[in-house]
Design a protein around this ligand. Sequence first.
Ligand SMILES: Cc1cc2nc3c(=O)[nH]c(=O)nc-3n(C[C@H](O)[C@H](O)[C@H](O)COP(=O)(O)O)c2cc1C
Length: 200
Amino acid sequence: MKILHIDCSPRPDSHSRKLSAAIVAQLLDMAPDARVTRRDLGREPIPHPDMDYASALSSPKTLAHDQMDRATRLSETLIQEVEAADILVIGTPINNFTVPSVLKAWIDQILRMGRTIGTTPSGEKMGLLDDKPVYIGIAAGGVFTGDRAKQPDFLIPYLTAALGCVGLSSLQFFPLQATVFLSEEQLEEGRAALIASMAT
Ligand SMILES: Cc1cc2nc3c(=O)[nH]c(=O)nc-3n(C[C@H](O)[C@H](O)[C@H](O)COP(=O)(O)O)c2cc1C
């Protein structure tokens, strides 16, 4: 079994990093032979779509093959990392109600028409990747989901739509909330409760 472990926080002592690491540890407990590969978007951010990539997606018919290959090289690498994995684990903070821009930059490379997204005869988008479990550990400074939410949530609906669009619909979200208000002990308890709720 192969696990692709993605982190998005720029902070070394990050709550989403601890949460995603705990999810991976739980998966390794059940499958000790699993191999883990890393994509650390927080420490090594990928670029936002550049002119060549934007052109490749906007006017694919006018581009020569080698131009297209060059423009989509990073996208291809990242998509192949997803394809090679049996399970994805993503650790992410919430930033201004949604995913941080490093995760959005990754999504912009993964969602590609004609590669990971097709269309049905009636023109609907259709995911072309095989579905697989995706565990998403979220750290939020405040409370953004559930009965006590104090802010809108554009993260869970957005990731559900974006990943669903390429065929990844088996998502489990683990929100660790109020990180700026809780003690380390309370956060540890919160992390343990989230891991205990993991359906595998
Ligand atoms: C730029 C920025 C925007 C943020 N926006 C939100 C937000 O909209 N809602 C929220 O609850 N917390 C917000 N926070 C707080 C972080 O979600 C919180 O500190 C979280 O624990 C960070 O994740 P990390 O511990 O993995 O680095 C924001 C933090 C930063 C730096």
